[in-house]
Design a protein around this ligand. Structure first.
Ligand code: GFB
Length: 320
């Protein structure tokens, strides 16, 4: 099967598209993007209407609704602390959701499915920048291996169903994401929203210092979720290969640099204090996104612009 072909995704704006996880950071950005592009028939279900971990509910939903396309952005996600604290939830919930949705989508003749994973699928000490071929070449980062194993199983399911049924299932692996509708929880979120919330609260409360976890030395690559949504639509239209595809910004910062930048965007003037009792996680996680770049996609939002945009969203939607 060719790695570059059109699936006519953009041709019919009235096609029924199930965006699983439409209230989350990723799903909501994909819905915004599809609406901007003029898609009119999005199938959206909140958790209370459809529990994706229950196979019989997922089967009935697909049988009665018959979506033509599926974008699988529903997942249990969280930052380093949440991954480390709830390993059973991260492996079991994600395995159930993706197994149920991928199987039902294939059984009900969905034309194409896109599965979203994460850059944590790669080995802890993978050569940098990380190519798609690094998958399953060495041990994972222990703090998130449960989530990573589930996401690797999702990639492998897409490949298995493609091989056995010649079915168009593809996988996209985004780098660390941020943007509107992120989880801003102090403990369980990812670093960027956690710091935004903490610096904001410190500024509002007149605190003199803000605690940031770890050594500040790990390097991370951040991508605004609107860029990811753009990449997802691009892959739905243009990519039908067996191998998963990295989606990254191509630029990395240290956690120390990120903390300084968030501090500046929020306008906090006190000190940063490092809590070395907290884990650093993987030392470096920069993806090689040249495969997607060569197909013609490029990110548009710089980290500074994206931080300003996200902080404005936070001020309007979360702080109260
Ligand atoms: O965002 P984060 O949890 O993701 O942490 P990972 C990134 C880095 O920021 C780590 C540091 O070195 C943290 O120690 N950090 C500093 C903080 N302060 C904070 C804070 O207040 N909160 C958080 N969360 N981190 C996750 C995986 O790993 O990346 C997931 O656990 C997923 O499975 C996600 O793959 C993309 O990049 O370390």
């Amino acid at each position: 099967m060719s790695t570059e072909k059109t699936s006519a995704f953009m041709a019919d704006k009235s096609a029924k598209i199930f965006v699983a996880g439409h209230r989350g950071l990723v799903g909501s950005a994909i819905v915004r993007k599809l609406h901007q592009l003029g898609f009119t028939n999005l199938l959206l279900r909140s958790h209370s209407d459809l529990d994706l971990t229950i196979q019989s509910h997922v089967d009935s939903f697909f049988a009665s609704e018959s979506p033509r396309f599926v974008i699988l952005a529903a997942a249990k996600v969280g930052g380093i602390h949440a991954n480390n604290s709830y390993p059973a939830d991260f492996i079991s919930i994600n395995l159930k959701i993706q197994t149920n949705v991928i199987h039902a989508a294939n059984a009900n003749k969905v034309q194409k499915l896109l599965f979203l994973g994460s850059s944590c699928i790669y080995p802890k000490h993978a050569p940098q920048p990380i190519r798609e071929s690094a998958l399953l070449t060495a041990p994972l980062e222990p703090t998130n291996e449960w989530y990573a194993v589930a996401k690797i199983a999702g990639i492998k399911m897409c490949q298995a169903y493609r091989l056995q049924y010649n079915w168009d299932a593809v996988s996209a692996m985004p780098t660390n994401l941020y943007g509107p509708n992120d989880n801003f929880d102090n403990e369980n979120s990812h670093v960027l929203p956690a710091l935004m919330r903490r610096f904001h609260a410190a500024k509002a409360g007149g605190a003199k210092e803000v605690v940031v976890w770890g050594s500040g030395r790990p390097l991370r690559e951040f991508l605004h979720v609107d860029d990811l949504a753009d990449g997802v639509v691009f892959l739905m239209e243009r990519y039908s290969g067996l191998e998963h595809v990295n989606v990254g910004s191509g630029s990395e910062v240290s956690i120390k640099e990120l903390a300084e930048l968030v501090k500046e965007v929020v306008g906090f003037e006190g000190e940063i204090v490092w809590d070395s009792t907290k884990p650093d996680g993987t030392p470096r996680k920069l993806m090689d996104s040249s495969k997607l770049r060569e197909l013609g996609w490029a990110p548009k939002v710089s980290l500074r612009e994206g931080l300003v945009d996200t902080y404005n969203w936070y001020l309007e939607n979360v702080k109260q």
